[in-house]
Design a protein around this ligand. Structure first.
Ligand SMILES: [Zn+2]
Length: 333
């Protein structure tokens, strides 16, 4: 048996394979881990394997059943997601009505609950009954990012599988191979993503590489007050707070990179690896103390903006603080 096309969760896949092979599959699984690392993908693959005809290598991806699961129209695979912020009790009641019937096509009904941490209390208590006494032909796969938001009685009834963040080289490879992202960009983005392929894709969508390069080029080239003002203008003029916050995050990671080089950390910790030369030059010039102060300045700016400070003023202050510190010589004052 094998679950093809999954990267980075080899041990989990192996374990599920063994369960499928032995035919002893728990009625309820709980998949936990940060968003965007493949929990749902694997849940769907597992559902597919449970429904797959009699191929030796399940899921075969080719049989009628497999194709229906992929197309999200298999009558015996139910996927429940939050309706708005929460999964509501009506959704769970509908599910229970459905589970009272036998499977329509195969021998099993598989239900994926994508958001076991987003059940409101009534829905959670109602689902608990199903988790405690699932119909014989039913398999539940619960998915949660935050285990603390899942009621303990549900957690204790499920076999829990923890998903770990993906290594950045795996994300890098996925971005290059399946999303055709140029290798240099893939490497940097993979390091931003903190182990989540979902986060890396979000990042590419909201912050294309050329914009990151533009931002860092502006930042690294800034030498005069005029340049600071025009950068602050550009960062804040579109009134797009999400983009501004992301720009600040990029600056923070950039400063963090310089600090790590300064501290002699190995290269694979460096996120903006495409700026390595500049980073190492800067690391030679700055003291650890100053770098920490700069990082702190960006963090404070983020906070101030979240609390509705004047965005442009906050950004100007920050840029002065991190680029012109010698000229303003705040220490001497
Ligand atoms: Zn199949």
């Amino acid at each position: 048996l094998s679950i093809k096309g999954i990267r980075g969760h080899e041990k989990t896949v192996e374990m599920l394979d063994r369960a499928i092979g032995s035919g002893r599959i728990p009625h309820s699984y709980l998949f936990t881990g940060i968003s965007g690392i493949g929990k749902k993908l694997l849940a769907i693959k597992l559902a597919q394997s449970l429904q797959c005809g009699d191929a030796a290598d399940k899921p075969c991806d080719l049989c009628n059943s497999c194709r229906k699961v992929t197309a999200n129209n298999h009558p015996d695979v139910i996927v429940i997601e939050p309706d708005g912020t929460f999964i509501k009790i009506d959704q769970i009641r509908d599910l229970q009505k459905r589970l009272a019937y036998k499977p329509f096509e195969g021998a099993k009904t598989v239900c994926i609950i994508d958001g076991a941490d987003k059940l409101n209390l009534a829905a959670a208590n109602s689902l608990l009954k199903t988790v405690e006494e699932p119909p014989a032909t039913t398999h539940l796969i619960l998915i949660a990012e935050n285990i603390r938001q899942v009621i303990p009685t549900i957690v204790s009834r499920c076999q829990r599988i923890k998903f770990h963040p993906l290594p950045s080289n795996v994300i890098e490879e996925l971005l290059v191979k399946s999303k055709s992202i140029p290798p240099a960009e893939a490497r940097s983005v993979a390091r931003f993503a903190e182990g989540s392929i979902g986060k890396s894709l979000d990042f590419i969508e909201s912050f294309p590489l050329n914009e990151r390069v533009k931002l860092l080029t502006a930042f690294t080239g800034m030498k005069s007050v005029e340049e600071i003002f025009s950068s602050a203008e550009e960062l804040t003029n579109k009134d797009n707070i999400e983009k501004l916050m992301k720009s600040l995050e990029i600056l923070k990671f950039f400063l963090r990179d310089i600090l790590l080089v300064k501290m002699g950390m190995p290269d694979h910790y460096i996120i903006n690896i495409d700026y390595y030369e500049f980073i190492s030059k800067k690391a030679q010039k700055e003291t650890e103390e100053d770098l920490l102060r700069m990082i702190d300045s960006v963090a404070k700016t983020e906070k101030a903006i979240m609390m509705n400070a004047n965005k442009k003023m906050a950004v100007i202050n920050m840029l002065i603080n991190i680029t012109l510190k010698k000229e303003t010589s705040w220490k001497k004052r």
